[in-house]
Design a protein around this ligand. Structure first.
Ligand SMILES: NC(=O)c1ccc[n+]([C@@H]2O[C@H](COP(=O)([O-])OP(=O)(O)OC[C@H]3O[C@@H](n4cnc5c(N)ncnc54)[C@H](OP(=O)(O)O)[C@@H]3O)[C@@H](O)[C@H]2O)c1
Length: 187
């Protein structure tokens, strides 16, 4: 079966996603949404894959690593040894990561693939032939950021996903919406 990459990100009004290798905001409900979307599978015997860059891995607090209930794929060109973390696999290129997913090793154990950032890895994902959907949380406020979501292909269309809450969400003085865009190549 051809790979389908789901990209999940939260971006503010200037498409900022990060500051000082951290999130510029603290939104518990958005984090819960991220966890639910990336963890849930229809088949309880399967797990989802989460693909992230080394900086994003480093930005996660030690007590939350690896992201539980998911198979963690980390991209790094250096010789990272994360064996002590369990369900964690390191890849030296995005291509080698996709080749592994196309091969027999993980074929029967994963359900969905989620690309979870950061900016460098999002760019590789949205430019790749397997880019299927973007689950984008639009934070309706501007934050000071040093990392940004990359440019998207032009042929994207907003679609409905019944597992995604509709309408404006609020936490403190921050409003946000959950949006889903599909690469029309997959229509
Ligand atoms: N708002 C959101 O939804 C969201 C989500 C995730 C992250 N973030 C934020 O984004 C920021 C981090 O993003 P970032 O762009 O700086 O870093 P990143 O994409 O998380 O990681 C970059 C690193 O990953 C490795 N890498 C990237 N592409 C690779 C490839 N093709 N092959 C092999 N290794 C590769 C390299 O590691 P080595 O240097 O080890 O070679 C590179 O330095 C943080 O601020 C984080 O909080 C935001």
């Amino acid at each position: 079966m051809a790979l389908k990459l789901n990209v999940i990100a939260a971006a503010c009004e200037n498409m900022g996603i990060g500051k000082n290798n951290n999130l510029p905001w603290k939104l518990k409900t958005e984090m819960e949404y991220f966890t639910k979307m990336t963890t849930t599978t229809r088949d309880p015997c399967k797990k989802n894959i989460v693909i992230m860059g080394h900086n994003t891995w480093n930005s996660i607090h030690k007590k939350f690593k690896p992201l539980k209930g998911r198979i963690n794929f980390i991209l790094s060109r250096s010789d990272l040894n994360l064996r002590d973390y369990g369900d964690v696999y390191v890849f030296k290129s995005f291509r080698s990561c996709l080749d592994t997913l196309e091969g027999p090793e993980f074929k029967d154990i994963y359900e969905r693939i989620w690309v979870i950032g950061g900016s460098q890895v999002y760019k590789e994902a949205v430019e790749c032939e397997h880019f299927y959907r973007l689950y984008l949380t639009k934070i309706l406020k501007e934050f000071d950021c040093d990392t940004f979501f990359p440019e998207l292909p032009s042929d994207m269309e907003e679609v409905k996903d019944d597992s995604v809450p509709e309408g404006v969400q609020s936490e403190g003085d921050i409003n946000f919406t959950f949006n889903v865009y599909q690469n029309m190549k997959f229509k």
